[in-house]
Design a binder for this molecule. Structure first.
Ligand code: FMN
Length: 210
């Protein structure tokens, strides 16, 4: 199957059948999410993998009561850093240079330029920028799930503050951004399963400047 076929196969599943996604498939999806590129390689987000049924039952009512939260077997939560600091950026560059076996100072100039640019922009800008990076990982995870023939529903329909509270994210310097239940479609119970996909036509969507 090509990526295009996988993306045509997937859809934002509304009803899942309760079947459990095998761990190797979940691991594959998470590894793709981890390999996503991010601005300056900071990866300013973390992923929480929730399988605890009690916790999922608590997340459902703060997620517009969407059934996929509890009908899926795993819930992935992308939580982004709530801000950047000189320390948090330095830590990533220290780990990067150590992994590459090059002196830490090799990235000092770049780090100084980056922090010089980020610092005046303030924590709200930082949090938004971090959340944008999380979406790149999120999108790749959606594609990876489709490749594994695992259904996934991208979701912003949840109360972010309530989820932050429930998962204790604030204390960790994180804010929830977007969530992705994983499971398998209920082919007889999902109203969306046989509806045609709609996308903006090419001629409207793409502008070629030759
Ligand atoms: C960031 C994002 C948030 C979304 N939030 C929800 C949601 O909360 N609940 C839901 O059922 N679908 C949600 N969707 C699914 C979209 O409605 C769906 O992807 C879009 O209509 C295209 O349809 P398709 O994914 O089935 O191809 C979301 C999609 C994205 C990308």
């Amino acid at each position: 199957m090509s990526l295009l076929e996988d993306l045509n196969w997937r859809y934002a599943t509304k009803k899942m059948n309760g079947e459990i996604v095998p761990q190797d498939k979940v691991d594959y999806i998470l590894e793709v999410a981890r390999l996503a590129p991010s601005s300056s390689g900071l990866q300013p987000y973390r992923i929480f993998v929730i399988t605890n049924r009690e916790l999922l039952e608590k997340i459902k009512p703060i997620s517009w009561d969407q059934a996929q939260i509890t009908d899926g077997s795993h819930l992935l939560v992308w939580a982004a850093w709530d801000g950047y600091s000189h320390n948090s950026i330095s830590e990533v560059f220290e780990k990067t240079t150590a992994e590459r076996g090059i002196p830490t100072e090799a990235m000092d100039d770049y780090k100084a330029r980056l922090w010089g640019m980020y610092e005046p922009l303030g924590s709200e800008w930082h949090a938004t920028h971090a959340a944008k990076q999380a979406y790149i990982s999120f999108a790749l995870a959606i594609a990876a799930a489709a490749e594994q023939k695992v259904d996934a529903t991208p979701m912003e329909g949840f109360d972010m503050n309530a989820l932050d509270e429930l998962l204790g994210l604030r204390e960790k310097g994180l804010k929830s951004v977007v969530i992705l239940p994983l499971g398998y479609r209920d082919t007889s119970g999902d109203w969306l399963v046989n509806l045609k996909k709609y996308r903006t036509p090419n001629e409207e969507f793409i502008t070629e400047l030759k």
